[in-house]
Unconditional design. Structure first.
Length: 223
């Protein structure tokens, strides 16, 4: 197919396709004549991946190359590929502050408490967790106490297990990467929405705005 047809098939504008070609994110098509280049399903699939990464994952363009290279590599394991996707989706860690070392120690302790021994020591999300914990500390709460965050650790552990064990392995490397990105981003948003809905429900119970008397006796016994 011609580049205009490739654009129609993928919904990716022609200028964007040309940009991906220049940056090496999309492999060259087959030169038929001096003025005609043909593209095939491999280009359509690659553009589909790039579109998911950009539009769903909001992955910065500068990180796309690393992800594409990982997806193409025959040496990278599925775990390494998914780790690269997670790293690309992770926000840039906040700038260090005077309390960051303490917060990082708390973050590392919580990860150890959760039993997540396979988290890389230089994972960007260790620093992201430290940044969040540092913000929590400003409210005089106690994130260093595992009991305070135990419900969050359990929920995160259960969701991660569910998502990883339900990844389809018959879609190829690119399909696996796409599924990981969609799962991280879209279902992450779903989780946030469901949490707000649940809190609206339990707020009515907790603060006495219930219409069903049977709900009035509902309590929370703690972790």
């Amino acid at each position: 197919m011609r580049i205009s047809e490739l654009s129609d098939a993928t919904g990716v504008p022609v200028p964007t396709i040309k940009y991906y070609l220049r940056e090496g994110l999309l492999h060259p098509g087959e030169k038929v004549t001096a003025r005609l280049t043909e593209y095939d399903d491999t280009h359509r699939q690659r553009l589909g991946l790039l579109r998911v990464l950009r539009e769903v994952g909001d992955v910065p363009v500068e990180r796309l190359g690393q992800l594409v290279a990982t997806a193409q590599s025959t040496h990278a394991t599925a775990h390494e590929m998914l780790a690269a996707a997670a790293a690309a989706l992770a926000p840039t860690p906040p700038e260090p502050t005077e309390h960051r070392a303490e917060a990082r120690s708390v973050a590392d302790a919580l990860i150890d408490h959760a039993g997540w021994s396979n988290v890389h020591p230089r994972s960007a999300d260790r620093d992201n967790l430290a940044g969040v914990l540092e913000a929590i500390m400003r409210f005089d709460t106690h994130p260093s106490d595992p009991a305070e965050v135990a419900p969050y650790l359990r929920a995160a552990d259960e969701i991660a297990r569910y998502e990883l064990w339900h990844l389809r392995q018959d879609t190829g490397r690119q399909g696996l990467l796409e599924e990981m990105v969609v799962g991280q981003v879209v279902f992450g948003r779903l989780l946030g929405i469901l949490r707000r809905l649940a809190e609206e429900h339990y707020s009515a119970i907790r603060f006495g705005q219930v219409s069903d008397p049977a709900d009035a006796s509902a309590t929370y016994d703690g972790p």
